[in-house]
Design a binder for this molecule. Structure first.
Ligand SMILES: Nc1ncnc2c1ncn2[C@@H]1O[C@H](COP(=O)(O)OP(=O)(O)OP(=O)(O)O)[C@@H](O)[C@H]1O
Length: 296
């Protein structure tokens, strides 16, 4: 299966939200990583066919999705960023309702609901009304409805929003299983969500995809550009003025900083293995004062 995006473009008045984006995806987990406002949601909505592109086309197996949209939606699972679900439903009746909308057979639907509620750890609360769920539970219900029709293309807009660290780990495990036979596109601005599971990473900035590469290739491009330096407050302050700082740790009077530099910044600097946080900051240094990660 192949999903092809060709020269997609979308503007809102004079703001270009998605600017001439093209790529091809096959089965696997494809992370769309970018700062807030970089165009991820707009791009995903066009790939789902719920927002019309100004220019460009989305094709599944070389057929334009809008040419056979009904068939396409049968293959599609979508978790929107701010899903407006019917809050008076309880979880299982909500999922049954989605099953009807997706024209699923009753037996299949019941079995799939059971399976998903178990995998997403929602069995105990299946009778609870949506309006009484926590943010993390709600997000898991959103993920369940997206997976209900066993989609061939799964599009998840910020799926880990509202999840606690344990739920994030469970989501990563679920997605790496799903990604074996599904095209998964997952947007996030949180590096640690995708570092361990994405087959490739598309970095999006100001409406454009800067690159689409597997993580090892991305990291290769950052070798000899990440350094660690220890020192007292005064010594470290000088480096903080001149370099992009990825991390700062204080231990008594000694401060350790991790910084980005095209050259070794001083004799005692220790070269470090690059990670995705380093890559992200090197592209978004002006937009983010810090990198949001589970690991800091
Ligand atoms: N319906 C709209 N009307 C006007 N401008 C919009 C609309 N939707 C998006 N934009 C603008 O387009 C740009 C891209 O927004 P988009 O929501 O696609 O980015 P994003 O990467 O998903 O950001 P976030 O992570 O904050 O959701 C932003 O400048 C946003 O303000």
């Amino acid at each position: 299966m192949k999903l092809t995006i060709e020269h997609l473009q979308k503007s809102f008045k004079d703001k270009i939200a998605v600017n001439d984006v093209s790529f091809t995806l096959e089965e696997g987990i494809h992370a769309l990583l970018g700062a807030n406002g970089s165009g991820k949601t707009t791009l995903m909505r066009m790939i789902c066919g719920i927002m019309k592109a100004d220019q460009g086309i989305v094709k599944m197996d070389d057929i334009a999705i809008l040419q056979n949209y009904k068939e396409y939606t049968k293959s599609l699972g979508y978790l929107p960023q701010n899903a407006g679900f019917y809050m008076d439903f309880n979880i299982e009746s909500f999922l049954r309702y989605i099953g009807v909308l997706k024209c699923l057979k009753k037996d299949y639907c019941e079995q799939k609901i059971d399976e998903l509620l178990t995998r997403l750890n929602l069995q105990d609360v299946r009778k609870k009304k949506l309006k009484h769920l926590s943010g993390g539970m709600m997000q898991r219900v959103g993920i369940a409805q997206a997976l209900l029709n066993h989609p061939k293309i799964l599009i998840l807009d910020e799926p880990s929003a509202g999840l606690d660290p344990k739920e994030r780990i469970a989501l990563r495990q679920l997605l790496s299983h799903v990604g074996k036979d599904t095209i998964v596109i997952l947007s996030t601005h949180i590096v640690s969500d995708v570092e361990s599971i994405a087959d490739d990473i598309m970095l999006m900035k100001q409406g454009q995809i800067l690159f689409k590469k597997p993580l090892p290739d991305i990291l290769q491009g950052m070798s000899e550009k990440v350094y660690e330096i220890n020192g007292n407050e005064q010594a470290i302050r000088a480096f903080e003025q001149d370099y992009t700082i990825v991390n700062r740790k204080t231990d008594g009077n000694i401060i350790t900083i991790r910084l980005l530099s095209d050259h070794k910044p001083c004799a005692q600097a220790i070269e470090k293995e690059p990670n995705l946080d380093d890559v992200y900051l090197s592209y978004f240094r002006e937009e983010n004062a810090y990198v949001e990660t589970d690991l800091l």
